[in-house]
Design a protein around this ligand. Structure first.
Ligand code: CP
Ligand code: NVA
Length: 333
């Protein structure tokens, strides 16, 4: 089957078919290999990409910038201040301006409707670099990394997401997993489950593609025989800090410890995290949480984070390779 992603936007993983996801992962692996071998060919010469970041970023910004430079493209970083976006100019007007100047636009921000407006009115490919609802480019990197660490096809893998079951990363992983037919489990307190219709849709999509989507509150059955245990922060960017006490009360039992990894009963199980992670007290937020709540870590212990099972920095590197595949596939000659 021939795959053509030219001109396409990716706002959620629902914008890609299972074959298109697999195509992007193969292209990312080829591009990674070519970069390592010093044989990479630039396919984005004279392209210009706008990178809008209304929220902070280390990996996504670096991934887009280096992917673009490696392929001969240029980028403009538009941060949370310094442009008219939001306070003086709507997303619809911004889209019509940037679409005249740039060949593609990346957007990281708050509402999914903002990235949808950009895609609707820009007339060039738009990539979601994270919204409150979705983080699709993260999941492409995660799937690439999973393939590097097992001999299994994506459809034969078992993944357990432990933590805030309705955050952007959990939902995008679930969407991607359902597309490729994975056995994907969310392990989360009921208060943090996605809405019932979201759960039903994920389960139906997984069934259609030969996979399973399940959700539960109990860690042991949830992680049993998992190849990958994934977690994310307990409070996402843009959420009200006043929620910390409640979130910590709900999620403390879901910290990924060595016992959780052992409960997979899979000696090859790997730990994953999109990063940044609160695995110690050595950040401003980590120190504040320790002072207020006496926690040394939150979603993962330092022991698991620093263990041989942890593949978090492979995920981080693969952000760049998979973003590059997306840019090449949607804009390349
Ligand atoms: N995982 C991820 O999106 O990282 P950044 O927030 O650093 O971009
Ligand atoms: N759920 C996190 C992911 C960060 C990459 C957030 O939105 O802050």
């Amino acid at each position: 089957m021939s795959i053509n992603l030219h001109g396409r936007s990716v706002l959620t993983l629902d914008d890609l078919s299972p074959d298109e996801i697999r195509f992007l992962l193969r292209l990312a692996a080829d591009l990674k290999q070519a970069k390592l071998a010093g044989t990479e060919q630039p396919r984005l010469s004279r392209k210009n990409i706008a990178l809008i970041f209304e929220k902070d970023s280390t990996r996504t910004r670096s991934g887009f910038e280096v992917a673009a430079y490696d392929q001969g493209a240029h980028v403009t970083y538009i941060g949370p201040s310094g442009s008219h976006i939001g306070h003086k100019e709507t997303m619809k007007d911004t889209a019509r301006v940037l679409g005249r100047i740039y060949d593609a636009i990346e957007y990281r921000g708050f509402a999914q409707s903002s990235v949808e407006d950009l895609a609707k009115f820009a007339g060039v490919p738009v990539y979601n670099g994270l919204t409150n609802e979705a983080h699709p480019t993260q999941v492409l990197a995660d799937f690439m990394t999973m393939r590097e660490f097992t001999h299994k096809h994506l459809s034969d893998m078992v993944m357990a997401f432990v933590g805030d079951g309705r955050d952007n990363v959990a939902l995008s992983l679930a969407t991607g997993a359902a597309k490729v037919g994975m056995d994907f489990r969310v392990v989360s307190p009921r208060e943090l489950w996605p809405a019932p219709d979201v759960i039903e849709n994920l389960a139906a999509e997984a069934r259609k593609n030969g996979g399973v989507f399940s959700i539960g509150e109990h860690i042991r059955p949830g992680v049993l025989r998992a190849d990958f245990v994934y977690t994310d922060v307990w409070l996402s960017m843009g959420e009200d800090e006043a929620a910390w006490p409640d979130r910590i009360r709900l999620l403390s039992p879901y910290c990924v410890t060595t016992d959780v990894m052992t409960a997979t009963e899979n000696p090859y199980a790997k730990f994953m995290h999109c990063l940044p992670a609160f695995h110690d007290r050595n950040t401003d937020v980590g120190a504040r949480i320790f002072q207020r709540f006496g926690l040394d870590c939150m979603e993962v212990t330092d022991e698991v984070f620093e263990s041989k099972t942890s593949i978090v920095f492979d995920q981080a590197e693969n952000r760049m390779h998979t973003i590059k595949a997306l840019l090449v596939a949607t804009m390349g000659g």
